[in-house]
Design a binder for this molecule. Structure first.
Ligand SMILES: *Cc1c(COP(=O)(O)O)cnc(C)c1O
Length: 442
């Protein structure tokens, strides 16, 4: 038997055929990149070339890769105590983090429970909401209003409140419980439809779940006014309002949390992605007084449990160090500067054929096409040009680290624009050489 350590076999070839990587299926043309290191906003490949990361490691590494302050905090914690489950036990890092999150979040969002992923944090929020109604003697209220275009995670409960069209959830429609999916209340007609569904279903509803300001699935933006309207409707029908800030939390949209900008306090909030600055998996669900005190005082209600690693000392140490950085470094100011440069740099994309909209919100820059014909090919062109980006659906989306250097940001935006224009040119060339083909947009 060949040993993995056999010098004739490198780790890439040895492991790749055994790994089913997320999102991959047979026939995918792009083999995964062999990544050996990271630093700042850069990904180092095994041939020593480097890519500029336009995704902040999947929206997690808000301070860039390998921030020394987080690294040192984790190393210190690793030496002292990597992990002990929070089961009849409390450790300093979890206590500190809960206290700091409660202080950082608005209103009475003061009661924290940890999980290992954003999906699990969403599940916890849904569980808390249904338990809240069970304890109040209305166990029939266990459904949720969710919005078209929403993306709340990959576990069954989270998929149920996500738009099947946005993720790969369509395959699991039969697995997940049915929820009420309505259009975001953006205009007269959709507001009326939203209000009507809530009024008609209130006796079945535990709450409303929404990604505030940005729907991560299609990178669609909405304004604070919409959130105030949803809050008012929830209050009118005595529904719990859940904000999923797994994407928007920790500065991404320009304020520490999207709920800060909106001036709306939800009853429950879910946080993950940038919580540890991209160092380690950790998520938190934070509830307000109304939910927490009722559940805590009730014998039948139990604290949600999400595995022995939820709130690990290492992950909490990383999160505490990440919060230090938000306190001591000008992150939100940096987001403002990134927004300005994204706005300016992406503007030429409005002239590209097939572009529906170019929009920027904080450190989120979006070029939306009517249709992206081949996201994988486009991704390959970005990589060839030295940039790591993952086009999905019909959008090319830039979400750099909030610490990205001005030079790197210019390079990133400039390269993206260049690749998109080249790509459009190539398509036009192909069309002209095959005149009977359909007139396909980029
Ligand atoms: C990523 C994400 C999730 C799921 O988090 P995981 O850690 O991938 O489980 C849920 N909601 C939103 C808005 C997200 O961006």
């Amino acid at each position: 038997m060949l040993d993995v350590l056999d010098p004739r076999l490198n780790w890439y070839d040895a492991g790749r055929r055994h790994l089913w990587l997320p999102g991959s299926r047979t026939g995918d043309s792009a083999p995964p990149l062999a990544v050996v290191a990271t630093h700042g906003s850069r990904i180092v490949l095994d041939d020593e070339s480097e890519l500029l990361d336009g995704t902040a490691a999947g929206w997690t590494a808000c301070h860039g890769f390998n921030h020394p302050h987080i690294g040192m905090a984790v190393a210190r914690q690793l030496e002292r105590m990597p992990h002990i489950p929070l089961d009849g036990v409390l450790h300093e890092q979890a206590a500190k983090l809960a206290h700091r999150l409660a202080r950082a979040l608005p209103g009475d969002l003061d009661y924290v429970t940890f999980a290992e992923s954003g999906s699990a944090a969403v599940e916890t929020a849904l569980k808390l909401a249904t338990q809240y109604w069970a304890v109040r003697g209305a166990a029939a209220r266990r459904k949720f209003i969710a919005f078209k275009g929403a993306c709340h995670g990959e576990t069954a409960g989270a998929m149920a409140v996500s738009d099947p069209a946005t993720g790969s959830f369509a395959h699991f429609r039969k697995l997940v419980p049915r929820q009420f999916m309505v259009r975001l209340p953006v205009d007269e007609e959709s507001i009326a439809a939203f209000e009507q569904t809530v009024a008609r279903r209130a006796h079945q509803l535990a709450g409303i779940i929404i990604e505030p300001l940005v729907q991560s699935g299609g990178m669609k933006f909405h304004d604070a006014e919409l959130l105030r309207r949803v809050r008012a409707t929830a209050d009118r029908h005595d529904l719990l309002l859940i904000f999923d800030e797994c994407f928007t939390g920790f500065g991404r949209t320009g304020s520490m949390f999207a709920c800060d900008e909106a001036g709306v306090v939800p009853d429950i909030i879910a946080l993950s992605k940038a919580l540890t600055g991209g160092t380690m998996p950790l998520a938190a669900t934070v509830a307000g007084k109304k939910v927490f005190e009722l559940l805590l005082s009730h014998e039948a209600a139990s604290a949600p449990l999400h595995g022995p690693f939820a709130g690990s000392a290492l992950a909490c140490a990383a999160a505490n160090a990440s919060l230090d950085l938000f306190e001591h470094e000008p992150r939100l100011q940096q987001v403002g500067e990134i927004a300005r440069r994204l706005e300016e740099g992406l503007a030429p994309c409005r002239d590209l054929p097939g572009v529906r909209e170019v929009r920027v919100k904080g450190a989120v820059g979006v070029v939306e096409f009517r249709r992206l014909e081949d996201p994988l090919e486009l991704r390959r062109h970005f990589i060839e040009a030295g940039v790591f980006l993952r086009p999905f659906g019909n959008v090319v989306c830039l979400t750099p680290a909030l610490t990205i250097e001005p030079y790197d940001l210019s390079l990133l935006v400039g390269t993206v624009v260049k690749v998109l224009f080249e790509s459009a040119r190539r398509r036009r060339g192909r069309r002209n050489s095959a005149p009977d083909q359909n007139d396909l947009p980029l």
